[in-house]
Design a protein around this ligand. Sequence first.
Ligand SMILES: Nc1ncnc2c1ncn2[C@@H]1O[C@H](COP(=O)(O)OP(=O)(O)OP(=O)(O)O)[C@@H](O)[C@H]1O
Length: 303
Amino acid sequence: MSAAIDIQSVSKRFGALQALDQVSLTVQEGEFFALLGPNGAGKTTLISILAGLTRADSGTIHVMGHDVRGDYRAARRKLGIVPQELVFDPFFTVRETLQFQSGYFGLRQNEAWIDELLVNLGLDSKANHNMRSLSGGMKRRVLVAQALVHKPPVIVLDEPTAGVDVELRQSLWEFIQRLNRQGHAIVLTTHYLEEAEALCSRIALLKQGRVLALEDKQKLLSRAAPRQVLLRLAQPLPEALRQRSLGQQPDGYWAFELNDVAQLEPLLHNLREAALTIQDLSITQPSLEQVFVQMMQTQQVAA
Ligand SMILES: Nc1ncnc2c1ncn2[C@@H]1O[C@H](COP(=O)(O)OP(=O)(O)OP(=O)(O)O)[C@@H](O)[C@H]1O
């Protein structure tokens, strides 16, 4: 079985700037993958090379086994890309835009799927409106529909929810998740890390054109920061337990590190021995945002 996307040792330089430096990563068929990194990390450059819009200086990219340079047309047919920038022809209606895009892929009888896209993306009432009359959020919906007209097995979304309202985000993610369940591989770049955390199963972190981490989401979350137990107590915490604590939060809760769930029982035992009453308890997971910030600061490069 060929990978959905296979990126091997891709480098790209713009003048003195090394935008991508030996980037390698593989996205499997049906996977929901996040490509994350701060501004200027190289995400859009990598997507442009994937789409055949920019040439890599070295390295190779295959989409469903097709080389994006040597076998461009076949690779492009397998790929649906939602670009970051809103580029469209202002004189076409929404439906015409989608019909035109279908024609580009040689699809003539595509009305049923176009209708389905219009309904699922909340565009049906705008089908006959000119593109120039749409709001920014509506234009972004059309970009998503445009990327999907040829039912590509691999879908790449470059910051699809930048500047769009909560309603579109939710309906967009429901639709994309449905496509993912049907077997489409999804690659998402976003600065909304909670979205990546909720949706993706594997994550690549890019910084200055290099892959800092490429890992299963859960592994990445647990590797970078341990969980914490937060306790609100009816009595003051005795000195011996204070020393084991990570400290008291502004809301009065005491925080304890929890590297392993087996550490919980001894902690509760010590609290009982000290005759302390627990008023409230919660266990916090490190968020992807905390992990992201931590990794960006430490600059580790994945092996
Ligand atoms: N055509 C170009 N000419 C010169 N420099 C470029 C060009 N395209 C991108 N760059 C530079 O390459 C680097 C990577 O840019 P890229 O847009 O790929 O980053 P990004 O990770 O997508 O950032 P963002 O999150 O801001 O979208 C940046 O420093 C950018 O200024």
